[in-house]
Design a protein around this ligand. Sequence first.
Ligand SMILES: Nc1ncnc2c1ncn2[C@@H]1O[C@H](COP(=O)(O)OP(=O)(O)OP(=O)(O)O)[C@@H](O)[C@H]1O
Length: 338
Amino acid sequence: MPAIELDGVTKRFDDVTALRGVDMTVEDGDVFGFLGPNGAGKTTTIDILLDFVRPTAGSADVLGMDAREESEAIRERLGVLPEGYDLYDRLTGRHHIEFVGEAKRADPDPEAIADRVGLDSEDLDRKVEGYSRGMAQRLALGMALVGEPDLLILDEPSSGLDPNGARLMRQIVREENERGATVFFSSHILGQVESVCDRVAILQDGEVIAVDTVEGLREATDTGTRLVVSVDPGEAEAAADAAREVDAVEHATVEGDDLVVTVDSDAKMTVLTAIEDAGIAVDDFETEEASLEDLFAAYTDAATDATPAATAGGASDAEVNDDEENTGADDAEGGADR
Ligand SMILES: Nc1ncnc2c1ncn2[C@@H]1O[C@H](COP(=O)(O)OP(=O)(O)OP(=O)(O)O)[C@@H](O)[C@H]1O
């Protein structure tokens, strides 16, 4: 039984059509990333799953139950971090966790939950009105964890978090998944999705335009690996010719002193061998995977140049392109910590 199943879901708000016949399945046990630019319809989709909003047409099932008819039963098994979550200024963090525990008939350990999301016990007993945005976000994530839910639905969970918080969030997603939970989370921060998700859907203008693994998306959009090879500058053109002889090579060009080759990821060594077989010594090489951002651009036409060359320089296999909410320090580990 899928954890989430959307069948022909359309949602119109007066003259705005937020969702247009969305079909989507999230399998039990998956970590599923729901990606889309602002206004694509991510929150509307989540609101339909939570029965905050009713679809104009189509149906949504959550944990095998109809989102409209059985929303209460669904809720008992869900952990939710909604986009505009409400916290009560005059209550402490501990009260919030206890409050969710009562609603879900669970008996949470507030200290343990606070510890998991990086709030200390003093924070736990402070009124939420004194919390920073990131602390509030951590508390809201902690509230979603109460009662060991079967399905976590997280709307932009890294919003407002610093790099350490974002890393902690990814770790929690992985831990929850290992415990057996399905995790569905929306993001426009591509690196967050890339480093934790089994599968990704891309939503644009109310339509799902792609569902695949990150690897599958890479293949489908032809955004291969960029291989940068250092050879003696006088031999660079000859090395480019040798590289072009390899079937899997899409492009081979000389850029400055380097030879830049776009190639299927698994044919990197074949290219290097072909260059050496042509009698040219390879002094050094590095590889740059297309980031999910490139894939996203390729799918959404957000950029005309969707090749890996658009990726920031100095990228490596482990690179993740987070946006403004994360620093480069976080990027460096983002893709490697899975
Ligand atoms: N209550 C509403 N009334 C009118 N229009 C709405 C309402 N809720 C959403 N919309 C519209 O539906 C579209 C999808 O919005 P939605 O919030 O689902 O997008 P999103 O992908 O979550 O965007 P973001 O990344 O900015 O949060 C937008 O055009 C939005 O203006």
